[in-house]
Design a protein around this ligand. Sequence first.
Ligand SMILES: Nc1ncnc2c1ncn2[C@@H]1O[C@H](COP(=O)(O)OP(=O)(O)OP(=O)(O)O)[C@@H](O)[C@H]1O
Ligand SMILES: [Mg+2]
Length: 269
Amino acid sequence: MTPGMPQKLSLPGVKHVIAVASGKGGVGKSTVAANLALALNMSGKKVGLMDADIYGPSVPIMFGLGTVNPQTTPFPLQKYGIALMSMGFMVDPNQAIIWRGPKVAQAVQAFLGQIPWGELDVLVIDLPPGTGDAQLTLSQSAPLTGAVIVTTPQDVSLIDARKGVRMFQEVRVPVLGVVENMSYFVGDDGKRYDIFRAGGGQKLAAEAGVPLLGELPIDPRVAECGDTGEPIVRKYPDSPTAKAYLKLAATVIAETGKPAAAPLPEVQL
Ligand SMILES: Nc1ncnc2c1ncn2[C@@H]1O[C@H](COP(=O)(O)OP(=O)(O)OP(=O)(O)O)[C@@H](O)[C@H]1O
Ligand SMILES: [Mg+2]
C-alpha cells in the first residue's frame, strides 16, 4: 500500500454505499442526495445520509438542523427517519472554511469509520463538487457500491459531468448511472415542457455505457423546501417531483440489487 493511502474501511451493517457526485457545482447533488435518501426510506429502506461536503455542508439546512454539542448528542442525528451526519452539526458553516486538504480526508474517514451507522440498507453520500480530496478519500476508503452522477441538460454541465464519470472509472468505482436534474418543467396543465435542450443525461449515460437512472423536473418548490428544512419528497409527496424521486429510488434499488458489474470498459470521453 502506498504510504498515506487510506485503508479500505468496512461498514459491516451497511448493505450499500452510494455516492452522489458530479464534476460541477450547483447541479443539485445535495438536493438529489437528500430527496433520494427520503424516497428510499419511503420505499421501505433503512437509510443514512452522509454529507461529505466539509467546506460547504448542505444537510443541516435541508433537514432543518444546526450545530449540536458533540459531547451530549450522539451521532448520527436522526430526522424524518434518516440517519444524518454532517460537518455542519459540529462546526458553524462559517468556520468550516479553515479545514484544508488532509483535514478533509480525515473528516471523511472519521464520518465513515467512527460514526455508528448501525444497520442500514443504503448509506447515501453527498459529495462536494469536483474531483478533490473528499472524492479521492471516499473512492479509496469507502466500500462504495457505486456512484450516481448528477447532471443538468445543458452542454456545459455535461462536460463537467463527464469528468465526474471519468474520475470514478479511473479509481475503479462502478458508476451506477446518471441522473438528469432540472430536466423539464411540469405546468399546471400537467404537461411536460423541455426547457433546456432535452436528452443531455441520456447522451452522457450512453457515452459512459451506464443507465440513465432518472430525470427530475425543475420545480421552484425544490429550492423553497431545501431552504426550509423539509425536502420536497416529504413536504409534497404527491407532487410530480416527489413521484420522479420515488421512481428514481425504485431504479436505484433495482441497480444495487444487480450483481457487481464486470470490469469497467475504458471509456473515451
Ligand atoms: N430540480 C430542481 N428544481 C429547482 N431548483 C433546484 C432543483 N434542484 C436543485 N435546485 C436548487 O438549486 C440550488 C443548488 O442545488 P444543490 O445545492 O443541491 O446543488 P449542489 O450540486 O449540491 O451544489 P454544490 O456543488 O454547491 O454542492 C439549490 O438552491 C437547490 O434548491
Ligand atoms: Mg452540494
